[in-house]
Design a protein around this ligand. Structure first.
Ligand SMILES: NC(=O)c1ccc[n+]([C@@H]2O[C@H](COP(=O)([O-])OP(=O)(O)OC[C@H]3O[C@@H](n4cnc5c(N)ncnc54)[C@H](O)[C@@H]3O)[C@@H](O)[C@H]2O)c1
Ligand SMILES: [Zn+2]
Length: 347
């Protein structure tokens, strides 16, 4: 097992290794003297791991309640959040009890927000079960739900007490869900020169999953520690590939999953960077090769104009220009602002 400490206002550890789900009770105990745990998960994850985790907690004398909602981004809304909060109150959870999210970014983001709101804040442990949530959403304290007006528009910062990543769970993911996480993994290798593109080309990502996740988290930790509340512009670097990704998600009505959209975004943004002369052909090609070798879906069914118009809505935009974090080479990105017309010409 590896341990990494995130030095935010409240310090916390990320534990990473095989078989950690068998040790959940032992790992939660220091954060839950009352031994009352509220598990927030979705129906697919519940079917796979819900019973096992609940039973192992019960065996160690914990009392665990579980709220299960339908899987998918469509559940990340205010009515499911409200049901979670009402359920916690109904079951008598108090401020010194513990919330535990078990699942991908959707249970993580929504359970995280519930823990920030319930009784003005209760401790939470994140247990990510997708590659995307392991390398990205479970760490850094951003929690949110979607509003009708847009994704992640209602949220709070809430750092967890602990993050538990069981690499056996990640290795056993269905191929398409694993591939989605590779979108964020590839993004990390664009921001920082890591050995991951090499693993991808050798088909060795799963064999090296612990070091892949560790490297991505070390990058996230480094950025989050410098800009915990996203006020200094430093966290923006984590949005490489995301301007186009958000446009693609929006245009698809969120049927293209976030991680896959990020992968598409990294390739399109690398080509924009190449056309602007900011990176060379090899850099753009190595990003495209990494995406295409990771089993990600890559037909973009939208016109240049639609993509540019959707990019205009991106949260990062300044002075009516669209902000991109474009690769200069593997391991380095720069902020570039473009008008919609400039973007259409470059797509
Ligand atoms: N808070 C942040 O910093 C941050 C960062 C990146 C993404 N996000 C958010 O994360 C979400 C996307 O995360 P995601 O892709 O993990 O979504 P998700 O939670 O919807 O998981 C994707 C699918 O995988 C299934 N699944 C989860 N674990 C599984 C397992 N072990 N085996 C089989 N199936 C499993 C889920 O049921 C779901 O159908 C988005 O809402 C995005 O906005 C947040
Ligand atoms: Zn992302």
């Amino acid at each position: 097992m590896q341990k990494m400490t995130v030095n935010t206002t409240e310090k916390y550890d990320i534990l990473l290794g095989a078989g950690l789900k068998e040790k959940v009770a032992e790992l939660l105990l220091p954060f839950c003297p009352t031994k009352k745990v509220f598990i927030i998960t979705d129906d697919i994850v519940d079917r796979l791991y819900g019973e096992e985790i609940t039973e192992s907690l019960n065996r160690e004398g914990f009392s665990a309640e579980k709220f299960v909602f339908k899987n998918g981004e469509a559940s990340k809304n205010i009515s499911v959040l409200s049901e979670i909060l009402e359920f916690a109150a109904l079951k008598g959870f108090k401020r010194n009890d513990l919330f535990l999210t078990l699942g991908g970014g959707v249970p993580g983001d929504m359970g995280g927000l519930a823990s920030a709101l319930y009784m003005r804040g209760v401790p939470i442990v994140q247990m990510p079960t997708t590659l995307l949530s392991a390398v990205d959403s479970s760490v850094g304290g951003k929690t949110a739900i979607d509003l009708k007006a847009g994704k992640n528009l209602c949220g709070a910062f809430k750092q967890p007490k602990l993050v538990i990543i069981d690499t056996d769970i990640i290795k056993n993911l269905p191929d398409d869900i694993f591939a989605c996480g590779m979108g964020e993994v590839i993004k990390c290798n664009i921001i920082k020169d890591l050995p991951i593109f090499d693993y991808i080309s050798k088909g060795a990502v799963k064999q090296n999953i612990e070091s892949v996740i560790f490297d991505c988290l070390a990058l996230k930790k480094e950025i989050v520690e410098q800009d915990e509340f996203d006020t200094k512009g430093i966290r923006n670097i984590l949005n490489a590939g995301h301007t186009v990704a958000h446009a693609i998600e929006l245009l698809s009505g969120f049927s293209i999953m976030h991680g896959n959209a990020v992968a598409m975004g990294t390739v399109i943004e690398a080509k924009i960077s190449e056309k602007l002369g900011f990176c060379n052909k090899n850099t753009a090609q190595s990003i495209e090769n990494a995406v295409k070798s990771s089993g990600l879906y890559f037909e973009i069914p939208f016109s240049k104009e639609d993509i540019a118009n959707a990019c205009i809505l991106d949260k990062k935009n300044k002075d009516s220009r669209i902000v991109f974090l474009l690769p200069e080479k593997i391991g380095s990105c720069r902020e570039v602002k473009l008008t919609a017309d400039e973007l259409i010409n470059l797509l």
